[in-house]
Design a protein around this ligand. Sequence first.
Ligand code: ZN
Length: 273
Amino acid sequence: MPYKKLSKTLQLLKTVYSYDNTDYSKKYFGEIGYKTDCLSPDDADLLRQHNLQPNNFQTLSHDELLGAFLKLRESTSLTWQSCSRFFIKGLSGDLPRYRQTLMSFHFMSGLEAHAFAPSQRHLNCDVCGLPKQSVFDRTHALYTYYLGHSWNETPTNFLPELEEASTFEPPEVTKEQIARLSALLRAINDASEDETPGQLEKRIASLKLLPKADKYKRYGMLQTLAVTGVLPSDPETDGQPARSDIVHPLAGWRGRMGVDYEVASKVFPNLAD
Ligand SMILES: [Zn+2]
């Protein structure tokens, strides 16, 4: 989508999905919708054109979701290489929407056909982490990615994310954008022995390496590096109880682990350019 239209689209979604714009009359299996009377017919049309109409609720069982992922994996034009470029571009602040795709693609790549295996503690599957049943507003899920967030906690949302990203032109990355990723990895690798992920986030913030990012968006980008193994993680290392906003695998990183440059060169072949 051309950048100008994208920023208009984001502006409209911000208006609809503001916290005080909920609409309890638009409930869908317990999920609450949002008022849309702030949209002019032209606005609504623009969102429809981009398949971003608000309150686009869907219900999918574990098997339906898994089936949809496996089917998409066969048909998508996304590759490891294009997803790594999406990430580099998103990191640079040029297109924050692109930050999520690498993590979603990593998840999809690891899936295999299986039956739902209920875990002891959660209603999620022990094999893949997908819930038994998901109810979600597709557009709201995408909206958080347009804001520049990336998360690993809700893999259900990776499906609309990857479906949409499959329609994007594979991006070219510039030398400056690659240099920004290199600088970030260098800074991470410079960590002191016992640096925690929370301290790392603060240090990265003070270095001003990541434009268009707040604390949670920085966690998202660092989490993608952890999920892909660029930041090593010890599953035994406890998350920081007082900082429950950091989850594994990022929670299992400590400064002494630095950056795994061997993995980094595989995930980001552009780094060698
Ligand atoms: Zn499963």
